[in-house]
Ligand binder design. Structure first.
Ligand code: LLP
Length: 412
């Protein structure tokens, strides 16, 4: 459930009119709803009830520090994948002990910063990385808490670019090697193996791949305990899908129930790393129609947002619902909604049935709150969009629109 609704014929974010926001802040514009973010966070977090757990929002989904602050104030931790994300998390006031660090390519300097911040744990993705963490921790005279990220070889049935838990993917450590990894971790003096981790992919729309992976990981943990290694943290990653169009993903409640059923009595603290399910439907991208154009084979709606602002349709052929901010009730047409970038792959929608729109009108691209702005770029020297956070009847700018000077500022 999100709080972008039509009122008296035009689209609102909570109690603020999108038309007003576009006229104040310009377009393309990312608009987030604080109420929706809170609702989604609470729905997810409460799915784990009183069980010991930490919900670590995946920063890559939506990295704005104001949004991290908001989630942090509700008790969220964060899942980071780079020194840059660590920087954001710390700026947002997230305590180190609520930060977990995933990713296959952590550099020694990034590891050092994370140790300085005393993060909860590193999700380690290779034995070489484990040795590097040992070296950095030793040089600092400290101990690093780690989980090994297991690659359970489970098919998440999602887009190949965002599936991570198959043996052919670069992520995680295959079971046999992971066993060796834990034995090594146990012997390394500056490593404390406290957890076990797995993340099999993103935008999962059924529970079964999660549970298949969970069963494998629990079995593996059992094996470790027979070998005398007690693991107290179980990180299940993120990946729960959302409704962009027709998908019917499981409710977090069902996800939580199924996980708790399997982990009851095991004396584990659960760590979850949701991104999309919290932020995806809490943000929209507002764009203005620049031109319409008809060719012998297509009708195009050319808008001022492009693949640099929202790359998901171009990169994954993703569907995002698009609707008029002020519906006019005109006849429907089949159109391509495209941006100004000089690539045929620059589109927000292809062969989409939309009511006819005219120059100067506004469109809303829904479900853009996750992997929207955070994946944006300046390609074609397009300054990045502004971001606004709405709460009730108040809108706050949380990132100003970039200027042309911003584009060249680092080129000295
Ligand atoms: N944890 C780890 C280790 C991850 O790699 C990811 C996402 C998450 C958590 C959060 O997953 P979520 O709950 O958001 O599904 N850009 C793509 C999605 C890439 C996901 C990468 N990893 C997209 O726009 O669909």
């Amino acid at each position: 459930m999100h709080l972008f609704q039509y009122r008296e014929g035009s689209l609102f974010a909570e109690d603020v009119s999108i038309i007003d926001l576009a006229s104040t802040y310009g377009t393309p514009l990312y608009v987030y709803s604080a109420g929706t973010l809170e609702r989604h966070y609470r729905a997810f977090d409460s799915a784990f009830g009183k069980a010991a757990h930490l919900t670590c929002f995946s920063v890559k989904a939506c990295s704005n520090i104001h949004i991290l602050k908001l989630l942090g104030s509700l008790g969220a931790g964060v899942d980071i994948v780079s020194g840059g994300e660590l920087h954001r998390a710390l700026l947002a006031g997230i305590p180190g002990r609520r930060i977990v660090y995933s990713g296959v390519g952590k550099r020694p300097d990034e590891i050092r910063s994370a140790l300085e911040a005393d993060i909860l744990m590193f999700n380690v993705e290779s034995l070489q990385e484990l040795r590097t963490i040992e070296e950095v921790a030793a040089s600092m005279g400290t101990t690093a808490r780690v989980s090994l990220r297991i690659n359970p070889d489970v098919d998440p049935h999602t887009h190949p670019y965002i599936s991570t838990g198959l043996q052919k993917n670069k992520f995680g450590i295959e079971m046999t090697q992971a066993l060796e990894g834990y034995m090594l971790a146990r012997d390394l003096p500056h490593i404390d193996p406290i957890g076990i981790d797995c993340h099999i992919g993103s935008q999962l729309t059924s529970l079964s791949p999660f549970l298949e992976a969970l069963d494998k990981v629990l079995e593996f943990r059992e094996h470790l305990s027979i070998l005398g290694l007690d693991i107290s943290y179980l990180d299940l990653g993120g990946g729960l899908g959302i409704t962009y169009g027709e998908e019917t993903p499981p409710h977090p409640r069902d996800f939580g129930r199924a996980v708790l059923e399997r982990t009851k009595g095991l004396n584990l603290t659960l760590v979850l790393e949701p991104g999309r399910v919290i932020a995806g439907n809490a943000g929209i991208l507002v764009t203005e129609v620049l031109y319409t154009k008809t060719t012998p084979s297509k009708q195009f709606v050319i808008v001022d947002a492009a693949m640099n602002d929202l790359v998901r349709p171009s990169l994954y052929a993703s569907y995002h619902r698009i609707a008029e901010v002020l519906p006019h009730g005109r006849t429907e047409q089949t159109v391509d909604v495209v941006g100004p970038i000089c690539e045929s792959g620059d589109f927000l929608a292809r062969d989409r049935v939309l009511p006819a729109v005219e120059q100067g009108e506004l469109l809303a691209v829904f479900s853009a709150g996750a992997y929207g702005f955070s994946m944006s770029s300046q390609y074609n020297s397009r300054p990045r969009a502004a971001e606004v956070l709405v709460r009730g009847d108040t809108a706050k700018s949380i990132r100003r629109r970039e200027t042309y000077d911003d584009l060249t500022a680092l080129e000295g």
